[in-house]
Design a protein around this ligand. Sequence first.
Ligand SMILES: Cc1cc2nc3c(=O)[nH]c(=O)nc-3n(C[C@H](O)[C@H](O)[C@H](O)COP(=O)(O)OP(=O)(O)OC[C@H]3O[C@@H](n4cnc5c(N)ncnc54)[C@H](O)[C@@H]3O)c2cc1C
Ligand SMILES: Cc1cc2nc3c(=O)[nH]c(=O)nc-3n(C[C@H](O)[C@H](O)[C@H](O)COP(=O)(O)O)c2cc1C
Ligand code: SF4
Length: 650
Amino acid sequence: MKLLDTGLIGNVEIKNRIVMAAMGGHGMHEPDGDWGERYLAYFEARARGGVGLITTEATFVSQALEPFAKSLFNVASDKHLASMRRLADILHSYDCRLSIQLTAGFGRVVPFPTVPEGVKPVSASENSYFYFPDDPAWTTREITTEETEALARAFGYAAMRCREAGADCVELHGHEGYLLDQFMTGLWNSRNDRYGGSREKRLTFARESIEAIRREAGTDFPIIYRYGITHYLEGGREEEEGLWIAGELEKMGVSALHVDAGCYETHWWPHPPQYAPPGCLVDLAGKVKKVSSLPVITVGRLHYPDVAEKALAEGKADFVAIGRGLLSDPEWVNKVQSGRTAEIIPCLGCHEGCKWQMIVGEPTSCSLNPTTGHETDRQLIPLKQKRTLLVVGGGPGGIEAARVGAERGFDVTLWEASDRLGGNLWPAAKPDFKHDLADYIKYLNGLVRRLPVNVVLNKKATAGDIQKFGADYVILATGANMEPPPFNSWATDRLLTVIQVLSGMEPQGERILVMGGGILGCETAVYLARRGKLVTISTRGDADALAADHFDHNNREMLLLMIQAATINVLPGTVPVRLEKDGVVAKQQGVETKIAADSLVFAGRFMPENSLSKAFGTRGNIFSIGDCVEPGRIMDAVWGAFKVVREIEQ
Ligand SMILES: Cc1cc2nc3c(=O)[nH]c(=O)nc-3n(C[C@H](O)[C@H](O)[C@H](O)COP(=O)(O)OP(=O)(O)OC[C@H]3O[C@@H](n4cnc5c(N)ncnc54)[C@H](O)[C@@H]3O)c2cc1C
Ligand SMILES: Cc1cc2nc3c(=O)[nH]c(=O)nc-3n(C[C@H](O)[C@H](O)[C@H](O)COP(=O)(O)O)c2cc1C
Ligand code: SF4
């Protein structure tokens, strides 16, 4: 397998072709920004899992320009450097290499809560500030020539310190519209000094930074340069310039190119949601391979082993970088190596447990793997004496409860009312753009088969059954059901719920009105439109509030683009009130109007299936988790189950 071949970046040999992509982890830092036990344990788990080269989060080369950097890891601090040395030693003990990502800073995309009052964000030029583009008070301050020179020199000092601490290489954070990219890009760089004016001059800052690294850390210290070939943004970088830059970087002496795309305005490229195809950036990397003799690293939804292998086998890249796939499963490489790919915990592309935990200042983690980022504080403690655990409900929450119970040593029985495990993941996984959920169902079924769990299908538990069974602990994970449509239909095949449609029922006719503009309505609308239906969405709210229940803005924005691409019509402020033979009657601002539609598909709210919870009330050994407490997301069900079963009998 090409994935498992050794590879070279500069003079550094890497035992396989898997690079862990940089991912912010400030929620794992010590209060002074240092990398303590928690952060080291997080990386150690990935090194133990077989990764060849681990990239850290972006580390500031200078704390002078962006005040919030002072609370982060500081390469100039000897105390922090000692932690970097420990990290290098730990990774090396697993024959894993360490790459420190170095950043010039955020510039015009710096998060606004971190900007002190009266201080302007900085950038290569006076630019609109990403978060408040129309507010002139937030227009960025152009970094002076002297400040730019100092920042370039800081790359040299930082790289020298990293090398001193045992790092094997550095990666320059030149992508996604951050400060280094702002210098490289005409849209954000309109300077008149030597750092701007032409595309050649816009690379001066990068060139001087690279020269400083080569001067301070040595010409044999490998530099990986990460940048976007195109921003997919009007006025931003086009592919032609991106490929030209590859040649320039090679001349500057970098050792490898890490090929990305997009920027904050088109964030669904560098942060591809669940809707993005696997290996969504591989073809761009392939274009760079054609113009460069440097090793090329590709990234973006490459946690599918076959897709990652194909990218290498087709010569489109030399290394694959995996980010979130190593959060959901730190053992990814070992499982590939030992042919256990079916045991890999898939990444769902949801961004909920990783990016959003990070944004709120919590350890970067994973919806499906609550131990990620919590390697030191969420271990499972084995039981001291034998106990029985009954889990009612075989959705993701129930299965996680069973897993944690079995791993702790409980004698676990799981009852599921239907004839299959997976719960609401089944309708959720129906659209092909939700294939990650189908992978998750397969993973969960395999997991349950491997665990010592007694699974009983077609067993709809009653309160009496549970009492009779007499387990020491009971987990109720009975999920949620969609509320019924608010009116009846004269023809049952013309009024369906999204659950019925996603369970395989076909709405009659061509013209379909989907009632409900939340995620479920929007996804089902796209699913139907891609099957050739003429789809309209009616939503109670405004058109710009469509899919507003999406947790992550990248995921939401990509879904909105899919709605646009599928030419789905959206009727805001519209509430259907009844079905008639030739259409649907709806109220718009209190006035009834007829909408031409053959069928109506209802995307309503979910109501918890909590009859068993109600029957038992609050008892010390019976716990409810997941959607039967409050309908939510997979992460709520998995994390809820993990917490309860981890904490009982400690
Ligand atoms: C169409 C759709 C799309 C979705 N897409 C996403 C998404 O992309 N990302 C995301 O995070 N979330 C998504 N969700 C939400 C997600 O599926 C749920 O949050 C999750 O499935 C909740 O898990 P759970 O285990 O609590 O309940 P469920 O998955 O509902 O499982 C409950 C199980 O309990 C069983 N049961 C009920 N009563 C009994 C009983 N008395 N005895 C025995 N068994 C019983 C049921 O048969 C069912 O199998 C989606 C939901 C739907 C419907
Ligand atoms: C929580 C999180 C933090 C990230 N932080 C960084 C970062 O500090 N530097 C960087 O270059 N990319 C960062 N990224 C982007 C990843 O390196 C990677 O490009 C992206 O997640 C897509 O790859 P994947 O599909 O394998 O996850 C981050 C991504 C996530 C999910
Ligand atoms: S939280 Fe979601 S996107 Fe992030 S690693 Fe886990 S499954 Fe993937």
